[in-house]
Design a protein around this ligand. Structure first.
Ligand code: EPU
Length: 421
């Protein structure tokens, strides 16, 4: 199994260019099976999850051509030949459930293996299913699979108990071909939802309000849907991770192809820590040549502080002056990195959903395991400031979501390499 080997580093310096957003490209790829016409998606990131989504789309009958050099993917789903997402693919990537909405909308039927719990929580899909039911689908759960069927989908008002990103996306995609108007209330407001709505509108859907808590979808007929060419937004979590990489190494980075508006809570927290941030059009400069101060963080749905940045900030705060409190409210079990960080010499304590993070901890290199994507990123950041050598295993989690991570880090001075064990 490949590993990352990281040596203690000085300040990271230079320029780094952000890739397209993982959490935008996955739903948009899934959405392209709503239409029989060709969809070309540009600015795609090179990720394991994108490869899994390609396999999944091919398995339902789409023709998929991917060109990582041009950062482009084209998807044509002339006819849907299979209505089932198998266990082998769903267990590799939870976001496989995003094909439910478009397949149900286009064919009136879909069957997918139920995603189980994962390292960050139980992650049920009840809100997705309630949404499909409200539009007229019947749901059956059997032998670990969930099947949704609908003779006719009819628009309705759907109030989400929680502004779930996946449920908002799945229901929005399902409602594209439903009859009449669907309203999603308490919808997720993430930039990835807006990117998906823009893509859907570009193939002929009629969606308003994406990016607010109320989204209205006016159903259209299949014949109104066309093909499109759509560029993916930059990855705000990759942006945040590199911003923290600059801060944790007391470095100076120019982060290019970044949308400052999408990382407002990250900018605000880094400024509270005493890190200098300057925003120019499409670039963010992060300068951290002074000590970093402690701060408190509570994760929340967008536009609150993102849960996907909680682990990376925890690494930063182990080096801050003072003690910080982090409260994780989005996922119930997103603290698996704490055990690993403590093995590297921090002394973080968990109290329910809160973590108490003492600062000025001298981290030491150790053999650690990436338990999930963002936990893995936090360990890479820890490796950059830990004395000696850090060896990270299970790095496939990291490669699911960071495009050319080792290459990008190396170019700004990090001593990181990937080795085959
Ligand atoms: N939830 C339910 N029922 C549902 C759906 C969600 O209880 O039917 C709960 C979840 O268990 C969780 C909370 O609601 O506690 C939030 O889940 P949400 O549905 O918003 O998350 P998701 O769609 O499964 C996406 C991202 C995650 C990111 C979350 C929150 C994608 C492919 N994944 O997941 O990304 O953490 O939103 O922002 O978009 C990552 O990139 O590392 C990652 C995990």
């Amino acid at each position: 199994m490949p590993k990352y080997i990281i040596e203690k580093n000085g300040p990271l310096k230079g320029e780094v260019v952000m890739s397209g957003s993982k959490n935008a490209v996955l739903p948009i790829m899934a959405a392209s099976i709503l239409t029989s016409k060709q969809c070309t998606i540009t600015d795609i990131p090179k990720l394991r999850d994108v490869d899994v989504m390609c396999q999944l789309l091919r398995s339902v009958g789409a023709e998929v051509n991917i060109d990582y050099i041009k950062k482009e993917i084209s998807i044509t789903c002339d006819t849907v030949s299979e209505l089932e997402a198998p266990y082998e693919l769903v267990k590799q990537m939870r976001a496989s459930n995003l094909i439910m909405g478009p397949l149900l909308s286009r064919t009136g039927k879909v069957k997918i293996s139920m995603p189980g719990g994962c390292a960050i929580g139980a992650r049920p899909i009840d809100l997705h299913l309630k949404g499909f039911q409200a539009l007229g689908a019947e749901i059956e759960l059997e032998h670990g699979y969930v099947e949704a069927r609908a003779e006719k989908l009819i628009g309705d008002k759907i109030y989400l108990d929680f502004p779930s990103v996946g449920a908002t996306e799945n229901i929005m995609m399902c409602a594209v071909l439903a009859q009449g108007i669907t309203t999603i209330e308490n919808a997720a407001e993430e930039p990835e939802i807006v990117d998906l709505a823009n893509f859907l509108n570009s193939i002929g859907a009629k969606i308003k309000g994406a990016g607010t808590d109320t989204i209205k979808i006016e159903g259209v007929s299949k014949s109104e849907l066309t093909g499109t060419k759509h560029a993916i937004i930059p990855d705000r979590i990759e942006t945040g991770t590199f911003m923290v990489a600059a801060a944790v190494t007391r470095g100076n980075l120019l982060i290019k192809n970044a949308i400052a508006d999408h990382v407002k809570p990250i900018i605000a927290k880094l400024k509270e820590c005493g890190v200098e941030i300057t925003e120019t059009d499409g670039d963010i400069r992060v300068t951290a040549n002074k000590g970093v101060k402690a701060t408190d963080i509570k994760t929340l749905p967008y536009p609150g502080f993102p849960t996907d940045m909680q682990a990376q900030f925890m690494t930063l705060l182990t080096s801050a002056i003072g003690t910080s409190i982090i409260i994780e409210t989005v996922f119930e079990n997103r603290y698996m990195h704490i055990g690993e960080l403590n093995r590297m010499g921090s002394n973080i304590k968990i109290e329910g959903r809160s973590a108490v993070v003492p600062g000025e901890q001298m981290l030491e290199g150790a053999q650690v395991t990436a338990t999930d994507l963002r936990a893995g990123a936090a360990l890479v950041l820890a490796g950059l400031i830990a004395e000696g050598t850090t060896e990270i295993s299970d790095i496939y989690h990291i490669e699911r979501g960071y495009s050319e991570f080792v290459e990008k880090l190396s170019r700004i001075g990090a001593k990181i390499r990937k080795v085959e064990d």
